[in-house]
Design a protein around this ligand. Structure first.
Ligand code: DX5
Ligand code: ZN
Length: 216
């Protein structure tokens, strides 16, 4: 199944609840929640109190993307605040296996994210343990960037790797996905599509319907 995961990084925070309501009405199942710490990436976004408020507000799957150094520190808090999926960066973990197990121990879905230049070999041994791989299709840290084309080669190779191991791991793509790049990302093998500016800039309902239609 293919899922759209709108990134609220591009939302109007003064109207966040209302905008999430529009996504729910349109039939979206996931909500992408980008946590940035000003260290792993330059920007600071939002954190656990906002996640908790959203958990009390919506039943959408909360897809939490931790762009933070040493995310093991935050797993329990993110779980307590209502995350359904927690994704950590391979580049940010001192001990990736340990961090993934902290997520699995809370009975949540575990994702591992790879920056554009990080090779798939970082996943060789951990792939069977995780539920999702987030392939960054831009460098992490801000919305509205252009997709880096070679990252879709990585999605294709990952799809092959998952097939060869007989796994069902989801592939999420994040960054620069819009009406122009969506088709190629889907063709490459992505099953969870993150989109920020392409959803929230302009008419949210119209954009969401258009995405969902293209995703079939
Ligand atoms: C970037 C974030 C993304 C971002 C995507 O570091 O991880 O989730 O919101 O934004 P767009 O879709 O505008 O590239
Ligand atoms: Zn993200």
């Amino acid at each position: 199944m293919k899922c759209l995961s709108p990134s609220i990084l591009s939302a109007d925070f003064a109207r966040l609840g209302e905008q999430i309501g529009i996504l729910e009405q349109a039939g979206v199942q996931y909500l992408h929640f980008d946590v940035m710490d000003g260290q792993f990436v330059q920007n600071i976004s939002f954190g656990m109190p906002v996640l908790k408020s959203l958990r009390n507000y919506t039943n959408l799957m909360l897809d939490v993307h931790l762009m933070v150094t040493e995310p093991a520190r935050l797993i329990d808090q993110a779980a307590d605040c209502g995350a359904d999926i927690i994704t950590v960066h391979a580049e940010a973990c001192r001990d990736l296996d340990h961090t993934v197990r902290l997520i699995k121990n809370r009975n949540l879905l575990a994702g591992v994210a790879l920056n554009p230049a990080t090779p798939l070999s970082a996943l060789s041994y951990i792939l069977p343990v995780i539920d999702m791989v987030l392939v960054m299709t831009v460098n992490p840290g801000q919305g509205g960037q252009k997709l880096i084309p070679y990252t879709l080669d990585k999605v294709r190779d990952l799809k092959t790797m998952i097939g060869q191991q007989g796994l069902k791991t989801d592939i999420e793509v994040d960054g620069g996905i819009d009406f122009e790049t969506l088709d190629t990302a889907l063709d490459a093998g992505a099953s969870i599509i993150v989109a920020g500016s392409a959803i929230f800039h302009g008419d949210i309902e119209e954009n969401t319907n258009r995405f969902l239609k293209m995703m079939g």
